[in-house]
Design a protein around this ligand. Structure first.
Ligand SMILES: Nc1nc2c(ncn2[C@@H]2O[C@H](COP(=O)(O)OP(=O)(O)OP(=O)(O)O)[C@@H](O)[C@H]2O)c(=O)[nH]1
Length: 294
């Protein structure tokens, strides 16, 4: 860099106090993640621990991110190396760095029974910090799923049973029952169900198990939102919702137990949000182990 150029960021003055974090936010960064090319929004920063220094070498953080985008991310090591570069590039004025990479992770999901499949994008964030030599990383992911209210399901069944008894006293003519059930006045009640979200944070070891974690948690929830649906798939989905109704308490406990019993079971935080079709508000629940509440 020609030394003739003014370098305002390097000005020294006793009035310049240390800063907790200085860096860049919202930088567009393509990432190569185990077979998927994603476009991330990157936030990166270092602390400015040296009093009397005006600014950091901002471009050097950018250079570290550019180097990260050229690597294959099969684990968290490249994140550690990137943060190392950010700290070391500041010539002793920084001893910690933070990184957040937020992106949509595409996965092709099979239909329930029809043999088709469709893409789904999962909101993911990778967070990492290097603080005085200690590296830690976390994976945040959001899983959309369907939740059918267990109480509403029981109330609906009671109504349908009562209508049945009234409609078909004594005999049970199967054909007649089916015709009635398919008629507009046949199904007197359906439980309320709604789009719901599981917001999961897990601490990471060396690996970056995004797809395996999604598979594990979706199979635990039983009713993830679907991609390509034929009528046979929709009927199978109706059966799954009927068989596995979920309060927010059930969803939070199921996900926490699944994480505890899995290889990913380090520190975690589970927050579930049911965007209730019964209310104008959401039902929420949270459980965490080793991580601060959200
Ligand atoms: N520290 C800092 N730099 C900023 C800010 N906004 C823009 N920049 C610019 O970031 C550019 C790159 O910063 P540097 O890394 O210092 O660039 P450089 O000095 O040419 O490169 P090095 O010699 O490697 O430091 C400079 O032109 C700064 O003016 C800011 O808010 N803080």
């Amino acid at each position: 860099m020609p030394s003739s150029l003014p370098d305002v960021a390097r000005q020294q003055d006793p009035c310049y106090r240390p800063l907790d974090q200085v860096g860049m936010s919202g930088l567009a960064l393509p990432l190569h993640l185990d077979g998927a090319l994603v476009l991330a929004k990157a936030d990166v920063s270092v602390n400015l621990g040296q009093a009397g220094t005006k600014g950091i070498h901002m471009s050097r953080l950018h250079l570290a991110l550019e180097a990260l985008s050229e690597q294959l991310l099969y684990g968290v090591k490249p994140l550690h190396h990137c943060l190392d570069q950010c700290v070391n590039s500041q010539q002793g004025s920084a001893d910690s760095a933070r990184l957040r990479l937020a992106f949509d992770y595409p996965l092709r999901r099979p239909s329930l029974v029809s043999g088709h499949r469709g893409w789904k994008a999962y909101p993911i964030a990778l967070e990492a910090e290097l603080a005085k030599g200690r590296f830690r990383a976390w994976l945040q992911l959001t899983l959309p799923y369907s939740s059918t209210c267990p109480c509403s399901a029981a109330l609906a069944r009671q109504l349908v049973a009562a209508d049945f008894a009234q409609q078909f006293p004594g005999s049970l003519d199967k054909e007649a029952v089916l015709a009635w059930l398919q008629s507009p006045e046949g199904v007197a009640a359906t439980p309320h169900s709604q789009r719901s979200e599981a917001q999961i944070t897990v601490s990471l070891g060396d690996n970056l198990p995004i797809a395996p974690l999604i598979d594990l948690l979706e199979s635990a929830l039983k009713t993830p939102v679907q991609t390509l649906v034929k009528r046979e798939d929709e009927q199978a989905f109706a059966r799954l919702n009927g068989r596995h109704p979920l309060f927010v308490e059930d969803a939070a406990r199921t996900l926490a137990q699944t994480l505890e019993q899995s290889p990913f079971g380090g520190d975690f935080r589970v927050r579930v949000v049911h965007k209730e079709s019964l209310h104008a508000h959401d039902a929420v629940a949270e459980i965490s182990q080793g991580l601060p509440d959200g």
